[in-house]
Design a protein around this ligand. Structure first.
Ligand code: B12
Length: 213
């Protein structure tokens, strides 16, 4: 039963069928499938497949976009359930995707998980210039800042943003985490980020460890 639901959801996301993705997600939840199982065993692998098809010229930008919409239709149902676990407030987290980059599914997933463990997340959205990160640090004095980049061409913006935060003199008192599909621990070390995590689950673990929580 569970496998059938996970397979149907995978197919709906790959095919970009938002309505089917939402109804299958709901059917999974009704049947007692865990939200995280739906996410990590079906929806995220489906997007990976979409990325592979795009890379091989088997699908094009519009198809990738409708798959992203199908993913978001499912996420809308999962978000309140993941956030339900909200504990006492443990810190403030500023998050954003770098300038030139409009990918936000992975970033949003991190936000949901961070909120789930008790962070107040201030989401700056996508295509965020370095100066807006600096302003947000001044305004909110966050315990941690998360910066995402999802394209190899926008990855250098991670470095630019960290340099801008340092030059503005607002780095002390906040931990900087970076993430996104092309980012690696090695790159994080190279540009002087405090932390890196490959998934939303490990992002939560990493920020908690950095803050000694
Ligand atoms: C959906 C998608 C899109 C959607 C985005 C919709 C949206 N609202 O996000 C649309 C259609 C708009 C899009 C556009 C483009 N895309 Co696109 N896209 C994807 C796709 C298929 C899935 C991305 C995704 O959501 N993955 C699922 C999430 C859950 O995973 P994730 O993003 O990695 O996030 C996880 C971790 O990275 C981590 N994480 C994320 N953020 C953070 C932050 C912190 C602080 C931490 C610690 C961790 C962390 O946790 C997350 C959850 O576990 C990928 C393929 C792929 N395999 O990734 C291509 C892909 C990223 N896109 C690609 C490309 C080329 C493009 C375009 C340039 C295409 C074009 N010709 O126009 C444009 C760029 C637009 C722009 N300027 O940004 C390439 C990038 C290649 C590269 N190496 O640079 C990929 C890899 C596809 C491919 N294989 O070629 N895309």
């Amino acid at each position: 039963m569970t496998d059938k639901i996970l397979d149907s959801l995978y197919d709906a996301v790959v095919a970009g069928q938002a309505d089917t993705a939402a109804t299958t997600t709901q059917a999974g939840l009704d049947a007692g499938v865990e939200p995280l199982t739906l996410l990590f065993d079906s929806m995220i692998p489906a997007l990976e497949e979409v990325g592979r098809l795009f890379e091989n010229d088997e699908i094009f930008l519009p198809e990738m976009l409708i798959s992203a919409r199908a993913m978001q239709a499912s996420m809308d149902l999962l978000r309140p359930l993941l956030a339900d676990a909200a504990a006492a407030r443990i810190g403030v987290f500023v998050m954003g995707t770098v300038a030139g980059d409009i990918h936000d599914i992975g970033k949003n997933l991190c936000n949901v998980m961070l909120e789930g463990v008790g962070f107040e997340v201030i989401d700056l959205g996508v295509n965020v210039p370095a100066e807006r990160f600096v302003e947000a640090i001044r305004d909110h004095q966050p315990d941690a800042v998360g910066i995402s980049a999802f394209l190899t061409t926008t990855m250098p913006e991670l470095d630019t943003t960290i340099v801008a935060i340092e030059e503005a003199g607002v780095r002390a008192g906040t931990k900087i985490l970076i993430g996104g599909a092309p980012v690696t621990q090695e790159y994080a070390d190279q540009i002087g980020a405090d932390g890196y995590a490959p998934t939303a689950v490990t992002a939560v673990r990493t920020v908690k460890a950095l803050l000694g929580i």
